[in-house]
Design a protein around this ligand. Sequence first.
Ligand code: TXA
Ligand code: MG
Length: 345
Amino acid sequence: MEKYIDLKNTADYSSLEKAAQIIRSGGLVLFPTETVYGLGANGLDEMAVKKIFKAKGRSSDNPLILHISDFNMLNDIATDISEIEHKLMDAFWPGPFTIILNRKPIVPNSVTASLDTVGIRMPSNEIANKLISYSGVPIAAPSANISGKPSGTNISDIFDELSDKVDCIIDGGNSLVGLESTVVRVIDGIPTILRPGKITPEDIKKVVGKVQIDKHIFSKLEDGEKVLSPGMKYKHYAPNSKCILVYSDNNDLLVNKIIEISSSYKTPLILSTSENVQKYEGNLVIDIGSKYNLDEIAKNIFTDLRKVDKFNPDIVIVEGVKQDGLGLAIMNRLIRACSHNYIEL
Ligand code: TXA
Ligand code: MG
C-alpha cells in the first residue's frame, strides 16, 4: 500500500478514508494541523498510543493531547467542565488552543501519563478535522519529531526521522502557525498558560478578563521541582551544536554583542532577523524573518533550527525577539532550543 497521501493542492479528501481506517485499526499516521504536524493514533486504544511513545522515543511520563473534531467527542472524554472553560473553548476552537480538563475513565493511562487530567484540542486545519471525524475517535498526537528535536512543520523536515515508523504520511504543505498550540489549564478560576502559542495572554484576557502565565515557561527547573505540565521538564527543539540566545531592545547593543561572541569562535552560525543580516557580513547567517513580522518568524523557526545541523557550526548565536504577543511563544521555544543559555542586555 502506498503510505504517502499528497493533499497539498487538492480539496478532494476522499483518500483520508484510508488514513482513518489505519487510525481505527491501531496504526500511526503523520498528519498536518495548523500548528505543527502530529504523530497520531487512536486516542482510546492503549496499544496504539504506546506505539507513539516508541516511535518518538518519548518518556512515558509526558502526556499526549487528544484531538477532537466536534463537541460530542469532548463529552466522551472530559468531565466537570466549568463555565470559564466552556468560554475559552467556544472562543478559540477550532484552533491552536489546548485545554487541560478532568478526564473520564475511558481515556487510557498511556495518554494522560496516569494524571487525572487530559489535554484536548480541536484543530482548525481541514485535513486534521476530517481525519478525526472519519476516524470517529479522538486522535492522540504529539508534535511530529523525534523527542528533543524541533517539531515538524512540513513533511520534508521529518521524513527521514519518521517515515519508517508510521503507517501513513499525509502531506498538507507547510503548517500555518509553525509553533505548537497554547496550552492552558484553569486554576482557581484563572486561565494559566502552561505553554505559550499563537493564542496570546492578551487574547485570553479579552475573553474571560483574566490570565496568568506559569513561571516555568522561561525558568530553568530546579532538581525535583514539580511542574504542571510534564513537557516543561524535557530538552526540546535543540540543534546538535551549542546554542546561545541574545536579546536587547537596543538593536546596536544586540548586534555588537553577537559580533563580539562570534569573534571568539571558528565557525559561528548566526540566526538573524532580516533587518540585521547585513550587519554580520563575513559570518554564516540564516535569515529568520523580519522582527516586524512575528508570524513569519514563528512559521519558519523550526525549519531554521533544523537547517543549523547541516553546517555543523562550533556555536549557534540566535537573535531573540521582544517577548510580546506571539513573541512570548517564539522566545519560549528559542530559550529551550538554547538550553536556557540566554543573555538579555
Ligand atoms: O499544537 C500542538 O499542540 C501539537 C499538534 C500536533 O496538535 N501537539 C503538541 O503535542 O505539541 P506535544 O505532545 O508535543 O506537546 C503537548 C504538551 C506537552 O508539553 C505535555 O506535557 C502537555 O502538552 N500536556 C499534555 N497533556 C497534559 C496534561 N494532562 N496536563 C499537563 N500538561 C499536559
Ligand atoms: Mg512536542
